[in-house]
Design a protein. Sequence first.
Length: 484
Amino acid sequence: MGVFQGRLNIKTGNIVKSTETEANGHYIFYDIGAGNYTGEVTGNGYQTRYFTFVVRGGTTNHWPEVAVTPVFVVRNLIATATSPSTVSLSWANVNGAASYKIYYSTTSGAASGSAFFTSTENSYTHTGLTNGTTYYYVVRAVDSSGQESAPGNEVAATPHAGFIENFNSQSSFEERWTYKQSKGCCGAGNLPDIAIVGNKLKVDVNGGLDGYMGISDAGYLVPNISSISGDFEVIMSFEESYRMRTNGYKDNSGLSLIISTSDNKKDGILSISIAGNHSGYFPGYSYNQYEGHRVGFWSNDQYVRLDELNLNELYKLKFKIVRIGNTFTIGYQLDGEISWHTESVQIDNVDSIVPMFGFYSGDGGNTRENGKFGALIDSFEITKDFSPPLPGEITPPANLSATSADAEVSLKWTPVNGAASYNVYYSTVAGTASEGQVVDSTSNASFVHAGLTNSTTYYYVVRAVDSLGQALCVNLDVDSSCPR
């Protein structure tokens, strides 16, 4: 038996394992002779590490101790595309590292590549990249003698024309966003709590005791970018974490995606929101009679309710606003759904816009507490020069075929360029499938309709659905022949 304290390195020679240490932290290896070795160490609660060493003669109880500090593997590497030509990298700091080597490639397997940059910080910004190209990265820690660690986790990012925020760094968030308060008619209110927690933006809005939508009971976040002109798409992904009704007389609280003509929410021209609980004033209801949980949008000084959700549930969903010319399409997609629920509006005389999102608690009244609301924001993404297929450009699903089996029918068709999903309709009467029941939505160019009645003939139509959520094209009815 002997002890050895060595240097982390790439694996060379025979691998020998040690799961024991002496009190001084030296690693113990048993019964090895002369040769080249890589010591594999898993003791002391650390991740597996490798120490390269040489035994020049005799047995292990003849080698000298070498006192060096191991360099550990880089953990938690994150890559975020921040512009059409830039990727920002960050990772956990490594104790004992003098610097880091960032290896990259345009194919997976960056650890084996030769292209690299060097950084003395646990972050790096890779510039001069090609828009639309995916880049792969790994990082190795380097000690003071120039020895490199094994590679850490590989990550990938794709620069594109727009803005991407995945909320994985508090410092990056503070640099890239500006928080602004929304002032209601009166009241003091409370400041919302906003912080990055577990690669999500955590927002907590706690209504003030002096209600009327107090000055600090609502706020919004604006990305620090130039205003956007031309066509675009904005998608925001988030989930509600809680909503509490207090003793107020409205308690209307929620979150919204907003398009404004400036960086001020008051100049907003379009928004889509999820809100819930009680509302003193609501279209179609007497004062103080509406109580619900809804998705809707504001445009041209009018509110349109898109969906009524379960009051007692919390939802994970996405919001989307797309501009094509003077047509703005608002959409939402609940978690697990394939298609988007959409509405389109015409807004003229709009040059450039600024996307943002806001959050708010409801009106608690003169001496009553406002509502409370919490959400976790996963991502916020802007794609400029967005150009999905226009209506009429998307082609109908071709070559639809149906094959019957016991109590089921299998459908196949040719994929449609520009289709985000497909809606499958059916009927038991020829020529009526296009007005029949929707079986399901699918992102694949195939579908199995199960649970059918044998010896009954079913007729099918498939509609291709574009990225705006509009089912534009219909093929002819196809007779399935009878399930056996």
